[in-house]
Design a protein around this ligand. Sequence first.
Ligand SMILES: [Zn+2]
Length: 415
Amino acid sequence: MHSRHLSREGRLDFALSLSTTRAVLISAGALIDGNGAAPMRPGVVLIEGDRIRAAGTHVDAPEDAERVDIPNATIIPGLIDCHVHLSDAGLADASVQDHDASGLRILRMAEHARRTLASGFTTVRDAGGRDHLEFALRRAAQEGLIRTPRLVLAGKIVSMTTAGASSWPGMYRQANGVSEVVKAVREQLAAGADVIKIMATGAVLSPGHERPTSAQFTREELRAAVDTAHAMGLRVAAHAHGIDGIRRAVEAGVDTIEHGTHLHEDLGVAKEMAARGVFLVPTLKALERIAEGAGVPEDMRAKAQDRRSDRDRTFRAALEMGVPIAMGTDAATPFNRHGENAEELALMVSLGMSPLAAIAAASSVAARALGRGDIGVIAQGRLADVVVWDGEPFEDIRSLQRAPLAVFLGGERVV
Ligand SMILES: [Zn+2]
């Protein structure tokens, strides 16, 4: 009885797979698997349904497989940006859009998501949205109304009460004391969050009197946020510029440090991050653009200019010490626009990272930072998020700033 049931189910599965599983064979001059290994030449990937079936220099494909042959191009994993804010547009002063209708704001978010996907980024982690509209955006994508990258969502940023948190309407959940912090974290989970974002220090884009070097939240509050999130299977991302806040966040057990600007001031903390696999998401581009941006409020601009050299020293130290570095842009801080995410990789390379390592930071390492074992590498069984780029980005990282020739999201060609 039992085995007959199984075999009947097996035949049904087989019949379904004949009628629905589509195979696509992509061939190009080279393939980078995302793990940092040297490119394979030529490069071939076989996609079946939403998964990668095989990859290498040669792959046997079914007769009826659709063939996509792009010579002089390179196949790489769909890129991952670990730090974006789809709610914002990258204006010099974001506050001019603070009071727009939510319908207008969600249309903008859909356009930001579209541009990001078209530029080869198939997954983004939204590190703080506004009014939880990002959950509606994801729902619209699930209903097939729009197309977005895969969305890993934080919901609102959990922060102690500050003028900075108050000056970004709808983006922060202010909480003070252990029990309020626990409640704030649980609210994000209830809304559908995949990750919790907390503020461990002040921010650059806060009023002038708030310093990015000041630690925020007590050790007890940080630990409460981490314990509550981890108990529910969510990872924790901590915004932290100053070394005291970075140290507290790492001690509390967070999974990623966002920005990490002053980490170079205590290399013992960097050593701890390397040993425990706490990821640094450097967001180099954010400071760069704020520091240079005409029209950015002067106090914020000065804070960015003051710490560009700290940012560079931290990046080089983290690289040397083996702190896992995951790529993130912090789009859309001022002049840091959605769809221009690949500029971050060029900045990483300018500070000493190899192009192959930079691509890994935006694929396999980023996937690990997000706790996603199903994306980030071109390998059998992974989701078929695959991008084809003209030229050889492992020689010239700037080629990623041109539009990709093809983008596959879960096996479906979207560009
Ligand atoms: Zn951010």
